[in-house]
Write a protein that binds this ligand. Sequence first.
Ligand SMILES: Cc1cc2nc3c(=O)[nH]c(=O)nc-3n(C[C@H](O)[C@H](O)[C@H](O)COP(=O)(O)OP(=O)(O)OC[C@H]3O[C@@H](n4cnc5c(N)ncnc54)[C@H](O)[C@@H]3O)c2cc1C
Length: 459
Amino acid sequence: MEGFIPSLRARLSPSSKVLQDNTTSEFKSSLARWSDIDVRVPYAIVQAASEQDIVATVQGAVKAGIPFVPASGGHSPWSTIGQEGIVIDLSRYKGVSLHPETNEATVKGGTLMKEVEVALHPHERFAAVGNGNTVGVIPYYLGGGISIYTPLIGFGSDNLIAAKLVNAKGELVHVSETENPELLWALRGAGQFFGLVTEITIKTYPYSLLGNKGGQRICGTYVFLPHQIDQVCAAVETVIQNDRYASAGHFMVMQAPPELKQQVLFVAPQVFCSSEEAAKIFQPLVDVGTLQQAIVPSTFEKHSDQLDWVCAKGDFKRFTQNGLPDWNRENIKKLAQLHAELVENCPDAARSGYNIEWHSPRKPQGGPETAFGHGSVDYWLNVLSWYTDAKNHGYVDAMNKKAQGATRAGTDEADFVSYTNTSRDDPLGYRYKGTERIAKLRELKAKHDPTGVFTKQLL
Ligand SMILES: Cc1cc2nc3c(=O)[nH]c(=O)nc-3n(C[C@H](O)[C@H](O)[C@H](O)COP(=O)(O)OP(=O)(O)OC[C@H]3O[C@@H](n4cnc5c(N)ncnc54)[C@H](O)[C@@H]3O)c2cc1C
């Protein structure tokens, strides 16, 4: 390792940086992550400033047998490594360009969600995005990409058209329908296991698809008390079942900020139509009787601003998503009991929340066949755990498992779905569906990354 860093420095462009002194604010700031769970301190952090820098770093590391992990937004638990390796921090290599002839966008390196939204907004176009301004765009697309726009345009992986990646030999490879198409299939859902992706090209869509003149997404916020859960679930069901407009949204069990003393049910539905039409569709929620209510139109560049508090770095946090076969009211009601139990026994975890995300109607049929393969999943359990005391790791994790178990009650294990972007420990059969898909992924991994440079997953 000692000889590797000086020789790498000599090959990198002047705008790049190699950070080795872990006491400096620059090093600490690069290391800071969404969650402090299992954060490790690497031997060095390479902040590559160009594609050539990335290629040189991967090539050098592969040749020297030095393990590395890429890091974009730092929202996963996996972009961290100990003294045996290096982090390739992509935050100095970013950019979004919209191609006017095709309306496809190319997104580079460590570009974050908010940055892609801000770049597309002046063109009045949107794309599949996740709920978090500082989530990395490329990992999100590579791992599936669950989006509140999925009912209109499918998942992120359906919208991935082309990519460039540095493979396990350190070669820069072009991937598209015509160049290495088998890798395009794999990148659409399992991409983090096949290379370091330097850029992706994605589909974008006109604001007019959002169903109103202003090109806004119309989002409601409704707050209820726990004893109203039956009526609230019934009202959410009417929004989901409305057959006029596509909808998506969140039904959350959480503690009301800022005191975090009172459990509330927070419903944030959105429909793709005008605010007047939305008000009619959301009326059943109003009829239940709310503590607070609002309809908040927002444009694409402000898509996740209201969630900036969830993106704060530090503390112990975990975010997992599990696909569910349907909206099962009885199972969902158990989440409120479990959340109350969690907060009562562990007040330190009061910022945690259990949340059902729905997409209705189903995404448009006819998208590409992808490694992701969860195109038919319309309901997701999102578990956010958030606490500060390390002694609570075991208890909070056990409660997360209970929440997952409660929403899976009545589902055959063969149909369990764990989201590829938030789980690497659950059985492969939960993350990728079908023996053929798994066999194909294993075969491609054995061919393109037989020694596990980009994780041992699928080997
Ligand atoms: C608050 C929050 C909100 C979220 N909301 C959503 C959501 O709405 N929808 C959704 O689908 N997901 C969501 N996620 C999950 C998120 O999409 C994944 O965790 C995603 O992988 C995070 O990307 P990142 O760049 O921020 O993380 P990182 O930790 O930087 O990267 C994630 C993984 O990808 C690898 N990686 C990083 N860059 C590259 C690259 N260029 N090429 C190859 N591999 C790379 C890393 O080594 C790591 O293994 C959310 C997560 C959080 C914490």
